[in-house]
Every structure is written in C-alpha cells, then in structure tokens.
Write a new protein. Structure first.
Length: 511
C-alpha cells in the first residue's frame, strides 16, 4: 500500500514591506532640481540687461531687452557644465559669459569652497582634542546647582559659537549631558532642547562673522565679511538676551509647577531630581586650556582681519583704510584656518598620521555645504549666460519701487522665508539669492550689508523650527520630545523674534 504524498505546505504569508517614510530631499537634491528648472525657465524669460556704472553695479532705469546668441547646444553645454562653472568658471570681460576655458575674473565659488573645507578641517581638529566639549561640560558641571545661571551660560556659549562659526549640528553631541542635568534640577526635557536649539540657533540667526552664513552671503554680494557687523552685533546681544530669558522663564515655571510642562515627563524623569548622583567634574588639562585659548585667538584674529576698521570707526563708507587694516578675503582666511588646524594638531601632539587623517576627515565632513555652494553658484551661471538675471532683477525692482528703505528691507526678509524652508542650507540659500538681492539693494538706496542681514535673519529664523533641519529634528529626537510639543513651546518666541528682526532691519535702513 502506497503512502500518499504529504500535501504541500501552505506558503508562508508574505509580509508587506514597511511603508517608506517620506523625507524631505537634501539641499543637494533641491538645488539639482532648481538647476534644471532655471535652465528650462531661461527658454521662456526674455534676455535683458542694465547699464553698469564704474563699479559694475546696475543703474536703475536703464534696463533694456537684448538678443541672445546662445544656441540650444550652448544652453545644453551650460547645464552640463553648471557644477564646474559654479566652482571655477571664468567670466569673459567682453561678452560677460562664464566658462571654464575663458580668460578674465573668477566667477565661480572656488575661494569660498576652499574656505569651507579649511574651517571644517580646523573645527574637526579642535574637537579631536576634546577641548571644546570638555570645556562646555566643565562649565555645565560647575553651574549644576544654579539652574538659571546654567541655562544662561550654556545658551550664551552656544550663541557665541553660532554667531562666530555657525555652531549648530554640534549641539547634538551635548544632549546626553544636558538632558539628565536639566531633569536633576527639576526642569523638563524641553528646557534642554530650548537651551541647545535656541541657544545656537539665535547665534546663527544673528551671525556676525559666521563663515557659512554671513561669509558666503557677503562673498556673493561682493562686500567684505565685516560690513554691517555693528548692526548684527547689536542684534546678537538683544535677541540672545530675549531668547535666554524666554527659556529661563519657562524652566522656572516648570520647576515651580511640573504640571505646566508642555512635554510632560517620561518614567524615571522626576526621580532624577531626587536621586541624581554627583558625578566627578570633568578635568580640563593644560592642553585643553591651550587649545581653547588658541581657538579664541584664531577667531578674534579672523574678525580683526575682515572688519573695515576705517569705515567702522569713522562712520564713512568711503573712508581711506588705515595702514594696519588687513582687508582679508576668503583666500587668506582659508590659509589661516589650515595653518591654525596644523598648529593645534602640533600643540596636541597628534602625530603626522593622526593630524593628516583628522584634517582630511574634517574637510570630508564639510564637503556637503561646499558642494551646495558650488551647485547654487552654477545656477547663477546659467542665469548669467542666458542673460535673464537682469530681467528677474527688473521684475523685482518694479514690485518694490517706491517703498521706503525700511519697508524694502523687511520685504527682503519676508521673501526669503519660504526659500529658507526649501533650502535649509544657509550656504546654498545665500549663494543662490544674494546675486539678485545685492543689486536690488543698490536700487533701493540701502547698503548691501543690510541685505545680507535681512537674508540671514530669514534663514536663521526659519531654521529655529522647520522640520527640514537636522538640528531641530535630531535634537527633539535625542531629547525624546515630540516635535509638536517643541512647536508649542517655541512659537511665542518666534513671534517675538520676528517683530524684533523687523525692527532692527528698519533701524538699519534708517541709519
């Protein structure tokens, strides 16, 4: 008798693949899309140009249509070479066309590109010594029993680093320290989030010499990094003070009545206040102190080298420079930070192999913003070669014509808000928009430095809350706070800062 064959096993139920979570495209992807969109738009927008004065600035009221001699092949070649032209394109002095094989002035962003890589190498070497994070940790430990002073100290340090060197993503490394410390003081997790995101964020918003915001924007606007530093410094003092007081006010309210916490407490959070163990104070070695001193000296010298002191001290824009003014630009600053990175590596006795690899790693970590600058500059090359830049400028000139200088500055701030959402990279946003905004300032009779301030204020204000930034989303995730809770916490401050920014822009235009 034959045994019947067993029935085939039923196939295992197929598990449905998890739904892919949507994520906003990176700045590189956004700029690639913008590049193609602008290239296509150039076929529809008529070519035109302004007459230029001796300094190369467009003269209001002289716009006129011109014929373009570009063939379809020429336009296709511009699209193909846009990243290359964005880096080292040369502008022909006769035709004003930009290409890698022309003779003339550098139109590409090679100087800023190298500067970003150089400062990336420098910052990475500093962090590799452990001096900066150890110094902040020591400060936090010493003030651990004085809550308001601890919040203020951390936020001011973060804000100083933000206004000087664009300190933002680096705050993500401090949540492991700040969250338990704030909980032990009787605060909630939102206090740690506010101290980190808002502390560094308001510094970046009021950037004085931040190379990734003010530096890139000033380069694109063809002005010195130090132009407008007086207004930006005043903004930094006022807006940082307001932001610190806002976070301290919320922290004290939660400490007095935990039920008023906007984010609530996770299991074990409240116990940390009662049983928080004393940890040893982080040691600050002689090497750490030396590195911190060098860090301060390097950024102080950078500020000294770029500020137009004669104009700043006399109040005259056309004042004759003093003999001791350096008037450095991005080429010299790139060399400064490369030398400073090597110096700190030698002081830290890293050794040739470790120092070399750290510098390379630092440049690699900052290649993304450098590429963003390159791609954004490539977009302006396409607009330049197709001769539509002045046409776009002329259309905006008609919109703002007749407005006061103060209203004009506020309009520039408002226009840049949605652009900052689409392009959260400050470097890419600046490189893309400033070539148009800077000449527009000439028409309105306001300084290009004020345009830089209006632009960076929009970028900085948006980056305090938009979900397209790693600083915000990463910060709330590390602190285990819902993004919606953070928005509830921050929106009154955003309104206050919005009003203050508009006031400062009006003041800058009046001055």
């Amino acid at each position: 008798m034959t045994t019947p064959a067993p029935a085939p096993a039923a196939p295992a139920p197929q598990e449905e693949p998890p739904a892919k979570k949507y994520s906003f495209p990176s700045a590189l992807t956004v700029l690639a899309i913008v590049t193609v969109a602008i290239w296509l738009l150039a076929f529809l927008v008529p070519a035109g140009q302004y007459d230029r004065n001796d300094s190369g600035a467009p003269v209001s009221g002289t716009y006129h249509r011109v014929d373009t001699t570009q063939s379809f092949t020429d336009r296709l070649n511009d699209l193909f070479l846009s990243p290359v032209n964005g880096l080292y394109g040369i502008q022909d002095p006769t035709t004003h066309q930009v290409g890698p094989t022309f003779s003339g002035d550098l139109y590409g962003s090679a100087g800023v590109f190298l500067f970003v890589l150089a400062i990336g190498a420098f910052i990475t070497v500093v962090f590799a010594t452990g001096a900066l994070d150890r110094g902040i940790a020591r400060l936090a430990h010493r003030l651990r029993n004085r809550g308001a002073l601890l919040i203020a100290a951390v936020m001011v340090v973060f804000s100083v680093l933000g206004t000087v060197e664009g300190f933002a993503e680096e705050t993500l490394g401090f949540y492991g320290l700040l969250v338990p410390m704030m909980l032990a003081l009787g605060y909630d997790r939102l206090v740690a989030v506010g101290a980190s995101i808002l502390g560094a964020g308001v510094g970046v918003l009021c950037s004085t010499v931040n190379p990734f915001a003010t530096g890139v924007a000033s380069s694109a606007a063809d002005i010195s990094l130090g132009d407008g530093i007086g207004l930006r410094f005043l903004m930094w003092i006022v807006l940082t003070t307001v932001t610190v007081l806002y976070v301290i006010r919320y922290a004290r309210r939660v400490q007095k009545d935990p039920a008023k916490s906007l984010c609530g407490f996770l299991p074990g959070d409240r116990e940390q206040k009662a049983t928080g163990e004393e940890e040893a104070e982080p040691e600050l070695t002689g090497l750490h102190k030396t590195v911190l001193v060098l860090l301060v000296l390097v950024f102080t010298f950078m500020i000294f080298s770029v500020v137009p002191w004669s104009s700043a001290l006399t109040g005259k824009a056309d004042a004759t420079p003093y003999g001791w003014e350096l008037d450095w630009s991005f080429a010299q600053l790139a060399a400064l930070f490369i030398c400073a990175a090597v110096l700190i590596g030698l002081v830290a006795r890293m050794g040739e192999a470790k120092l070399s690899s750290t510098i390379i790693q630092g440049a690699a970590d900052f290649i993304s913003p450098a590429l963003v600058i390159m791609l954004a500059r490539g977009v302006t090359v396409i607009m330049n070669n197709s001769k539509i830049t002045d046409t776009v400028l002329h259309s905006i000139e008609g919109v703002v014509e007749g407005t006061s200088s103060g209203v004009f500055a506020i309009i520039v701030f408002l226009v840049n808000l949605p652009l900052a959402f689409l392009i959260p990279s400050t470097s890419g946003h600046a490189t893309l928009t400033m070539p148009i905004l800077a000449p527009l300032a000439d028409f309105a009779g306001v300084s290009r430095a004020l345009m830089v301030t209006a632009w960076q204020s929009a970028s900085g204000w948006m980056n305090l809350w938009v979900p397209t930034t790693a600083v915000t989303i990463g910060g709330v995730a590390l602190a285990k706070v819902g993004y919606d809770k953070y928005l509830r916490f921050v929106w009154p401050l955003l309104g206050i800062l919005f009003v203050l920014i508009c006031g400062f822009l009006a003041l800058g235009a009046a001055l």
